[in-house]
Design a protein around this ligand. Structure first.
Ligand SMILES: [Ca+2]
Ligand SMILES: [Zn+2]
Length: 268
């Protein structure tokens, strides 16, 4: 049966957006903005023209590098991230390629978030064309106010009821983890902690660390562990288990809620 003109018109629009997304990301998952609508292409077949799977983003997340204030903390002044404070193995710092670094963190964070079922997350570093509701992640040059090696904090939003949550990444705590690291390792470190905190704002809780199998070297590190080692922070991390705590997700996805307030991530 031939599609109606209305369907065809919508498909043409979607195809243009999808083509733009695929060109933009070069990967199977991505998001973009068309006509003030945030769109998301799911990981599978997104470049193959499966137009019906394009959907409006459920969440828009702004990565804000410019400092200021977060609603997570009433009285904490957030300094902008100082990229020159992060040494790289080639003797330079992240400031030497600052825009490329920020773009790479955004891209890796978006890639990680593609795995979350039920959420279509558009990650952006631009404050232009934001919708009325969006979550803000401040990536700032500050110590954690609670100390203890806390590298990030994000509001925990079970069942992802709200779409204007907040998180803060504590750059001074990441800087103290050691190094120098390679450019790519710094990208992974920032993207992993950012995606972890965004996970909490989408309703994901922590996952218990599984017993170590000495014979196995998993492709990815579980993102939603409560703590990570530095060597785990500079590897690719993904959501490997089902971390939803939402009762409506059913028993299969239900997990023990072990968070009592905002999340604390530490790195040892
Ligand atoms: Ca939320
Ligand atoms: Zn956490």
């Amino acid at each position: 049966m031939a599609p109606s003109p209305y369907v065809r018109a919508r498909s043409a629009t979607a195809h243009i957006v999808l083509t733009a997304l695929c060109a933009l990301t070069g990967a199977g998952c991505g998001s973009g903005v068309g006509d003030n609508l945030f769109l998301y292409a799911p990981p599978a077949d997104s470049c193959g023209g499966v137009l019906g799977r394009v959907q409006p983003a459920t969440d828009v997340v702004l990565l804000d590098w410019s400092g200021g204030r977060s609603k997570l903390f009433d009285d904490l002044q957030l300094d902008p991230l100082d990229l020159s404070a992060f040494a790289t193995l080639d003797g330079s710092t992240l400031a030497d390629d600052g825009e490329a670094f920020k773009d790479a963190v955004i891209a890796e964070t978006a890639t990680i978030l593609c795995d979350i079922p039920g959420a279509a997350v558009h990650v952006t570093g631009s404050k232009v064309s934001l919708p009325s509701d969006f979550t803000t992640v401040h990536i700032a040059q500050v110590f954690s106010p609670t100390g203890g090696g806390q590298i990030g904090e994000g509001s925990f939003d079970p069942c992802n009821v709200g779409h204007n949550d907040a998180a803060v990444i504590f750059g001074e705590e990441l800087r103290r983890l050691g190094g120098p690291f390679t450019f790519d390792e710094w990208v992974l470190m920032f993207a992993n902690v950012t995606a972890h905190e965004i996970g909490h704002t989408l309703g994901l809780g922590h996952v218990a660390r599984q017993p170590h199998d000495a014979s196995a070297r998993p492709l990815y590190v579980e993102l939603m562990l409560a703590t990570h080692t530095v060597s785990e922070m500079i590897r690719e991390q993904r959501y490997l288990a089902s971390e939803s705590n939402c009762p409506s997700d059913g028993d299969v996805l239900r997990r023990r809620v072990d968070l009592d307030g905002p999340c604390v991530v530490t790195s040892d």
